[in-house]
Design a protein around this ligand. Structure first.
Ligand SMILES: [Zn+2]
Length: 210
């Protein structure tokens, strides 16, 4: 029998018994051997439809369900090869989960899948005059803020703007407007960063307080 190619209707050959196994199955149903991670996107790996709006409870359920089956204790008595395969399968699931659970990382990943080298994912130059002006003004305001209330105002603005941005981002992905989604993802990254900086400044002020 010839080895089955990965493209053959999602059926691949088990590395251990060479029997057919569904490409996304963790285990061979014939011999029970754990299967290596396949070349699929993070959504497919976790059994979710590709899109920005995902059910986070479903994401958790699928991820923890799969991860439970890969716990190292289950492979303690298996050979070194199976242990290594289980580890790489677990690492692929972790990477998929970490990417999909955070909206910004998920957006950047979707943009990457759409063939865009997004500024939200890479520290690329931001080509958004409005955003750059806003960023400069807010940085200045944050630098000059001398009390908790002033910092809090900036933090509240940043949080509200990030939330508004997130809603717009979902709409852009729904319309399949990749260019707009890219711009919004960069904005989201900015607002999240500003919120983080405001938290940092608040801690500084608190530490300095007598
Ligand atoms: Zn097998």
């Amino acid at each position: 029998m010839t080895a089955l190619a990965e493209s053959d209707g999602g059926i691949v050959a088990c590395w251990s018994c060479r029997g057919p196994v569904a490409s996304l199955a963790l285990f061979c149903h014939t011999c029970g051997a754990v299967q290596p991670p396949r070349q699929v996107d993070h959504f497919a790996r976790l059994g979710l439809a590709r899109g920005f709006e995902i059910d986070l409870a479903e994401l958790d359920r699928r991820y923890f369900g799969l991860q439970r089956n890969l716990h190292p204790d289950r492979f303690a008595r298996r050979g070194a090869k199976e242990r290594a395969i289980a580890e790489s399968q677990a690492a692929s699931l972790n990477q998929a989960y970490e990417t999909l659970k955070e909206p910004l990382a998920r957006a950047a990943y979707l943009l990457e899948l759409a063939g865009r080298r997004s500024a939200a994912a890479h520290a690329a130059t931001v080509d958004d005059a409005e955003l750059l002006t806003e960023a400069m003004e807010n940085r200045e305001a944050l630098m000059e803020a001398e009390d908790g209330a002033a910092v809090e105002r900036i933090a509240v603005t940043a949080k509200a703007s990030a939330e508004a941005c997130l809603a717009e981002l979902a709409q852009a992905f729904r319309r399949d407007d990749i260019e707009k989604a890219d711009q919004l993802a960069t904005r989201l990254r900015y607002w999240q960063k500003l919120a983080e900086e405001a938290r940092g400044k608040r801690r500084l002020l608190e530490d300095a307080a007598p």
